[in-house]
Design a protein around this ligand. Structure first.
Ligand SMILES: [Ca+2]
Length: 226
Protein backbone atom coordinates (compact mmCIF):
# COMPACT_ATOMS: atom_id res chain seq x y z
CA UNK A 1 0.00 0.00 0.00
CA UNK A 2 1.39 3.43 -0.89
CA UNK A 3 1.80 6.16 1.70
CA UNK A 4 -0.86 8.14 -0.12
CA UNK A 5 -3.33 5.31 0.32
CA UNK A 6 -2.62 5.19 4.08
CA UNK A 7 -3.82 8.76 4.40
CA UNK A 8 -7.20 7.68 3.07
CA UNK A 9 -7.94 5.51 6.12
CA UNK A 10 -8.42 8.32 8.66
CA UNK A 11 -10.43 10.17 6.02
CA UNK A 12 -12.75 7.17 5.67
CA UNK A 13 -13.11 6.90 9.47
CA UNK A 14 -13.90 10.63 9.68
CA UNK A 15 -16.54 10.20 7.00
CA UNK A 16 -18.09 7.32 8.95
CA UNK A 17 -18.36 9.50 12.04
CA UNK A 18 -19.93 12.22 9.92
CA UNK A 19 -22.41 9.68 8.57
CA UNK A 20 -23.31 8.69 12.15
CA UNK A 21 -24.06 12.28 12.99
CA UNK A 22 -26.46 12.70 10.10
CA UNK A 23 -29.17 11.01 12.15
CA UNK A 24 -28.89 13.60 14.97
CA UNK A 25 -32.15 15.28 15.80
CA UNK A 26 -34.34 16.93 18.34
CA UNK A 27 -36.82 14.67 20.10
CA UNK A 28 -40.31 16.18 20.35
CA UNK A 29 -41.12 17.81 23.69
CA UNK A 30 -44.52 19.40 24.29
CA UNK A 31 -44.36 23.03 25.45
CA UNK A 32 -40.56 22.99 25.93
CA UNK A 33 -40.34 26.71 26.74
CA UNK A 34 -43.44 26.86 28.99
CA UNK A 35 -44.83 29.60 26.74
CA UNK A 36 -47.97 27.69 25.78
CA UNK A 37 -49.95 28.84 28.84
CA UNK A 38 -51.92 32.09 29.06
CA UNK A 39 -50.81 34.59 31.71
CA UNK A 40 -53.86 35.50 33.78
CA UNK A 41 -55.06 39.04 34.45
CA UNK A 42 -52.04 40.67 32.88
CA UNK A 43 -50.02 39.79 35.95
CA UNK A 44 -46.36 39.01 35.84
CA UNK A 45 -47.15 35.42 36.70
CA UNK A 46 -49.97 32.96 36.91
CA UNK A 47 -50.23 31.16 40.20
CA UNK A 48 -51.31 27.66 39.36
CA UNK A 49 -50.26 26.25 42.69
CA UNK A 50 -53.60 24.64 43.42
CA UNK A 51 -53.00 20.92 43.33
CA UNK A 52 -55.99 20.36 41.08
CA UNK A 53 -54.50 22.60 38.43
CA UNK A 54 -51.13 20.99 37.82
CA UNK A 55 -52.31 19.64 34.49
CA UNK A 56 -52.83 23.17 33.23
CA UNK A 57 -49.24 23.37 32.07
CA UNK A 58 -49.65 21.60 28.71
CA UNK A 59 -47.31 18.66 28.38
CA UNK A 60 -46.01 18.76 31.94
CA UNK A 61 -46.91 16.93 35.13
CA UNK A 62 -45.87 17.98 38.62
CA UNK A 63 -44.58 15.30 40.98
CA UNK A 64 -43.86 15.36 44.64
CA UNK A 65 -44.39 18.13 47.16
CA UNK A 66 -41.18 18.27 49.13
CA UNK A 67 -41.17 18.41 52.91
CA UNK A 68 -44.61 16.98 53.61
CA UNK A 69 -47.21 19.62 54.35
CA UNK A 70 -45.18 22.45 52.90
CA UNK A 71 -47.15 24.24 50.26
CA UNK A 72 -45.58 23.91 46.85
CA UNK A 73 -45.75 27.09 44.91
CA UNK A 74 -45.45 26.43 41.23
CA UNK A 75 -46.28 28.66 38.36
CA UNK A 76 -45.15 30.43 35.28
CA UNK A 77 -43.18 33.61 35.28
CA UNK A 78 -42.33 36.07 32.59
CA UNK A 79 -38.63 36.17 32.14
CA UNK A 80 -36.97 39.53 32.87
CA UNK A 81 -38.67 40.16 36.20
CA UNK A 82 -37.10 37.96 38.86
CA UNK A 83 -35.10 36.17 36.22
CA UNK A 84 -33.65 38.74 33.80
CA UNK A 85 -32.47 36.34 31.10
CA UNK A 86 -30.28 38.35 28.78
CA UNK A 87 -31.65 38.38 25.25
CA UNK A 88 -35.08 37.02 26.15
CA UNK A 89 -38.23 38.93 25.26
CA UNK A 90 -40.41 40.38 28.03
CA UNK A 91 -43.14 37.90 27.21
CA UNK A 92 -40.97 34.80 27.42
CA UNK A 93 -42.29 32.55 30.18
CA UNK A 94 -40.50 30.11 32.45
CA UNK A 95 -41.86 27.58 34.92
CA UNK A 96 -40.74 27.94 38.51
CA UNK A 97 -41.07 25.97 41.69
CA UNK A 98 -40.23 26.18 45.35
CA UNK A 99 -39.95 22.43 45.55
CA UNK A 100 -41.38 20.05 43.01
CA UNK A 101 -40.55 18.05 39.92
CA UNK A 102 -41.67 18.78 36.38
CA UNK A 103 -42.05 15.55 34.46
CA UNK A 104 -42.84 14.77 30.81
CA UNK A 105 -43.11 11.30 29.30
CA UNK A 106 -42.19 11.56 25.62
CA UNK A 107 -43.67 9.80 22.59
CA UNK A 108 -40.19 8.56 21.62
CA UNK A 109 -38.71 5.27 22.86
CA UNK A 110 -35.15 4.72 24.03
CA UNK A 111 -32.92 3.62 21.13
CA UNK A 112 -29.72 1.58 21.05
CA UNK A 113 -26.32 3.07 20.24
CA UNK A 114 -27.51 6.62 20.78
CA UNK A 115 -26.09 9.59 22.64
CA UNK A 116 -28.80 11.68 24.32
CA UNK A 117 -28.26 15.24 25.50
CA UNK A 118 -30.90 16.80 27.75
CA UNK A 119 -30.60 20.57 28.18
CA UNK A 120 -32.49 23.14 30.23
CA UNK A 121 -31.98 26.76 31.16
CA UNK A 122 -32.10 26.96 34.97
CA UNK A 123 -32.82 30.22 36.75
CA UNK A 124 -32.38 31.20 40.39
CA UNK A 125 -34.68 33.94 41.69
CA UNK A 126 -32.93 37.24 42.38
CA UNK A 127 -34.17 37.08 45.97
CA UNK A 128 -32.83 33.55 46.43
CA UNK A 129 -29.88 32.91 48.71
CA UNK A 130 -30.03 29.13 48.82
CA UNK A 131 -29.35 26.35 46.36
CA UNK A 132 -30.80 22.93 46.95
CA UNK A 133 -30.14 19.59 45.25
CA UNK A 134 -31.88 20.52 42.00
CA UNK A 135 -31.36 17.83 39.37
CA UNK A 136 -31.79 16.96 35.74
CA UNK A 137 -32.92 13.38 35.12
CA UNK A 138 -33.48 11.02 32.20
CA UNK A 139 -35.73 7.97 32.50
CA UNK A 140 -36.84 5.24 30.08
CA UNK A 141 -39.67 2.79 30.69
CA UNK A 142 -40.09 4.32 34.16
CA UNK A 143 -36.51 3.46 35.17
CA UNK A 144 -33.94 6.12 36.04
CA UNK A 145 -31.06 6.15 33.56
CA UNK A 146 -29.08 9.11 34.91
CA UNK A 147 -29.47 11.95 37.41
CA UNK A 148 -27.09 14.92 37.44
CA UNK A 149 -27.04 18.08 39.56
CA UNK A 150 -28.05 21.28 37.80
CA UNK A 151 -25.53 24.09 37.53
CA UNK A 152 -26.18 26.88 40.02
CA UNK A 153 -26.85 30.17 38.25
CA UNK A 154 -26.11 33.60 39.69
CA UNK A 155 -29.15 34.89 41.61
CA UNK A 156 -31.51 36.54 39.15
CA UNK A 157 -30.13 34.79 36.10
CA UNK A 158 -30.39 31.64 34.04
CA UNK A 159 -27.59 29.31 33.05
CA UNK A 160 -27.48 26.14 30.99
CA UNK A 161 -27.54 22.68 32.58
CA UNK A 162 -27.05 19.53 30.52
CA UNK A 163 -27.13 15.76 30.94
CA UNK A 164 -25.52 13.34 28.47
CA UNK A 165 -26.36 9.64 28.38
CA UNK A 166 -25.21 7.05 25.83
CA UNK A 167 -26.89 3.69 25.25
CA UNK A 168 -25.17 0.47 24.19
CA UNK A 169 -26.26 -2.08 21.60
CA UNK A 170 -28.62 -3.92 23.95
CA UNK A 171 -31.79 -1.89 24.54
CA UNK A 172 -35.26 -3.40 25.01
CA UNK A 173 -38.09 -2.10 22.81
CA UNK A 174 -40.98 0.02 24.05
CA UNK A 175 -39.26 2.06 26.77
CA UNK A 176 -40.66 5.57 26.51
CA UNK A 177 -38.18 8.34 27.26
CA UNK A 178 -39.03 10.60 30.19
CA UNK A 179 -37.43 13.81 31.38
CA UNK A 180 -37.57 15.26 34.87
CA UNK A 181 -36.62 18.70 36.14
CA UNK A 182 -36.25 18.27 39.88
CA UNK A 183 -36.66 21.41 41.98
CA UNK A 184 -35.50 20.49 45.46
CA UNK A 185 -36.44 23.63 47.39
CA UNK A 186 -38.42 22.79 50.49
CA UNK A 187 -41.30 25.16 49.92
CA UNK A 188 -38.88 28.01 50.39
CA UNK A 189 -38.76 31.08 48.15
CA UNK A 190 -35.11 31.42 49.19
CA UNK A 191 -34.38 28.52 46.88
CA UNK A 192 -36.87 29.23 44.10
CA UNK A 193 -35.72 27.92 40.73
CA UNK A 194 -37.11 28.38 37.25
CA UNK A 195 -36.83 26.23 34.13
CA UNK A 196 -37.00 27.15 30.45
CA UNK A 197 -36.03 26.01 26.95
CA UNK A 198 -35.93 22.26 27.55
CA UNK A 199 -34.48 20.17 24.71
CA UNK A 200 -33.46 16.56 24.14
CA UNK A 201 -31.28 15.59 21.20
CA UNK A 202 -30.30 12.14 19.99
CA UNK A 203 -27.20 11.27 17.96
CA UNK A 204 -26.71 7.77 16.58
CA UNK A 205 -23.33 6.28 17.47
CA UNK A 206 -21.96 3.72 14.96
CA UNK A 207 -21.43 0.31 16.56
CA UNK A 208 -17.80 -0.89 16.75
CA UNK A 209 -18.66 -3.87 14.52
CA UNK A 210 -20.14 -1.54 11.93
CA UNK A 211 -17.09 0.68 12.16
CA UNK A 212 -14.81 -2.33 11.45
CA UNK A 213 -16.89 -3.41 8.45
CA UNK A 214 -16.84 0.11 7.05
CA UNK A 215 -13.08 0.34 7.59
CA UNK A 216 -12.55 -3.01 5.81
CA UNK A 217 -14.78 -1.77 2.99
CA UNK A 218 -12.67 1.36 2.75
CA UNK A 219 -9.49 -0.72 2.54
CA UNK A 220 -11.04 -2.87 -0.20
CA UNK A 221 -11.83 0.26 -2.19
CA UNK A 222 -8.27 1.51 -1.74
CA UNK A 223 -6.80 -1.82 -2.90
CA UNK A 224 -9.05 -1.95 -5.95
CA UNK A 225 -7.99 1.54 -6.99
CA UNK A 226 -4.31 0.62 -7.00
CA1 LIG B 1 -39.92 30.26 27.70
Amino acid sequence: MSRNALWIIPAVVALMFAAGNVSAGNIDIVNPGFDNVPILNGDIYSDISSGANWAEIPGWEILGVRGGGIHMYTGLMRVSHYFPLVGASATDQAAYTDGGTFRQILSTDLAANTEYTLSVMVGLADSADRWYDNRLELYAGGELLLSVPMVRPAAGYFTLSTLTYTTGADVADGQALEIRLVGDGWGSAQGRVAFDDVSLTAVAIPEPATMCLLALGGLAVIRRRR
